[in-house]
Design a protein around this ligand. Structure first.
Ligand SMILES: [Zn+2]
Length: 164
């Protein structure tokens, strides 16, 4: 499997490249004592503006807050990464959103997640009018898309099998 993909709510597809997919998969909380991981999603919006590719993910970093059921990313360590990736890609690789793991079998956003995602969309400075949020549970990787004009995040439907 070189990538997995989903259908975006407004048309177009989202693909997660192999490197990013494998990294998030390795962070799954399969052990009973493992803590949450997370970080940011970096990638490209392809010509036409509808198809999106996640090329890289970062994290977790040592200063993040991590427990069995909570992950809070510190903003500072990733700012430099976002800027470097943007420069090296000549402005094509951008910040696309956030990812984190859950210790449960299925990926389902908590109320804390929904609140935090809405805050990101309202407060973040990002290049496009949407952000993507991914949760990696023990058994699945799911992605939601949120725009400031939406009341709630829309879950992306799998275009290809996204099971492990
Ligand atoms: Zn969560």
């Amino acid at each position: 499997m070189s990538s997995v993909s989903w259908l975006r709510p407004g048309g177009g597809r989202l693909a997660v490249g192999n490197q990013a997919f494998e990294w998030m998969k390795r962070c799954r909380q399969c052990d009973p004592g493992s803590v949450e991981s997370g970080g940011i999603l970096l990638g490209r919006i392809l010509t036409g503006g509808k198809d999106v590719v996640i090329d890289y993910v970062t994290g977790p970093s040592p200063s993040d807050y991590r427990s069995r059921s909570r992950f809070t990313r510190q903003v500072e360590p990733t700012q430099t990464i976002i800027r470097r990736v943007w420069e090296h890609s000549q402005g094509t690789c951008i910040y696309l959103g956030e990812w984190h793991t859950h210790p449960s079998e299925l990926a389902q956003p908590s109320n804390f997640d929904l609140h935090s995602w809405a805050k990101h969309v309202h407060l973040s400075q990002f290049s496009r009018d949407f952000l993507l949020f991914s949760i990696i549970s023990v058994e699945e990787l799911c992605v939601w898309e949120l725009r400031s004009s939406m009341a709630a995040p829309a879950k992306l439907l799998p275009n290809e099998a996204s099971a492990y």
